[in-house]
Write a protein that binds this ligand. Structure first.
Ligand code: AMP
Ligand code: MN
Ligand code: MN
Ligand code: MN
Length: 280
């Protein structure tokens, strides 16, 4: 890989909880010097075609991706599917089931908010008025827009986060099944932001062992929001478990100044880059 090729393998568009259209996202990535970008919307590939067109126009290499929601010990775990075949009919069927789960879950969460004295029906309507698959990020924005909390962070702290009134235990398909979907679609299963889950180090080791046994082959070693302090720890985990390493900003919006597109720490030399087998 050329030393100055900027690779960012984790980003969102308005087809999930990002604020930019796929075209705007790709244009912004190109302007930021990104040469290889993965669009990895939560549980949908609906933005990939538009992103591919924009990428072809701008000479940027687009990696077809997705960020799938999985359950492991009642926790939500995110698995990136990179270099997937997004048009595989079976895979699209599976994504339809994820979309349905997201709608059912959002209705349940809003019902909880109603019980907590908030206008759950109005909040649900605001979330569903967004173009993307419903996520808690949309709901947090609706809580801000409705004047119920000052910031999206507060929405998670007061209502949506673990231990709060509107928090639901994860009800996604099991981790091993989700990894199977990605492999079946020809993709690389990469555990997203491994340091962000609230797990003891023993449980994290167990998670990684089960992820590998299911066919997961990579973990995100460099992630935008977690910053440099987690890189070394994640690199050690990758080496220890035999995973290759990925790097991605998890960009959602230009308003989020902490994880811009393409501004990523270098992947440590100890880690085999997940893109190496793709000739990058
Ligand atoms: P969901 O997949 O519906 O549970 O929504 C999760 C999304 O909400 C994540 O991908 C983030 O974009 C966002 N999110 C999660 N936790 C927080 C938080 N504490 N503050 C702000 N946004 C968050
Ligand atoms: Mn998100
Ligand atoms: Mn995630
Ligand atoms: Mn993400």
């Amino acid at each position: 890989m050329s030393e100055d090729l900027v690779i960012d393998l984790h980003s969102h568009s308005c087809y999930s909880d990002g604020t930019l259209t796929p075209t705007e996202l790709v244009e912004r990535a190109a302007a930021a010097g990104v040469g290889v970008l993965a669009l990895t919307d939560h549980d949908t590939v609906a933005g990939l075609e538009e992103a591919e067109q924009a990428a072809a126009r701008l000479g940027l290499r687009l990696v077809p991706g997705v960020e799938l929601s999985a359950s492991w010990r009642s926790q939500a775990i995110h698995v990136l599917g990179l270099w997937i075949e997004p048009r595989a009919p079976k895979f699209l069927e599976r994504l339809d089931s994820q979309a349905e789960r997201r709608h059912v879950r959002m209705r349940k969460i809003c019902a909880r908010l109603t019980q907590a004295g908030l206008p759950g029906d109005e909040l649900l309507a605001a979330v569903l008025a967004q173009p993307g698959l419903p996520t808690r990020a949309h709901l947090a924005e609706a809580l801000v827009a409705g004047g119920h909390v000052a910031r999206t962070d507060d929405a998670f702290r007061r209502y949506l986060g673990k231990g709060r009134a509107a928090h639901l235990a994860a009800d996604w398909p099991p981790l091993a099944e989700i990894v199977g979907w990605i492999r079946e679609a020809g993709g690389v299963a990469c555990l997203a932001h491994p340091a962000r889950y609230a797990l003891s180090s023993g449980a994290r080791r167990q998670l990684l062992t089960e992820f590998a046994a299911a066919g997961g082959t990579a973990i995100e070693v460099v992630t935008g929001p977690n910053g440099a302090s987690h890189v070394e720890a994640s690199a050690m985990l990758a080496v220890k478990h035999g995973f290759s390493g990925s790097s991605g900003s998890d960009f959602h919006s230009p308003k989020h100044t902490w994880n811009p597109l393409g501004r990523l720490a270098k992947l440590p030399d100890s880690v085999v880059p997940v893109w190496r087998v793709y000739g990058l």
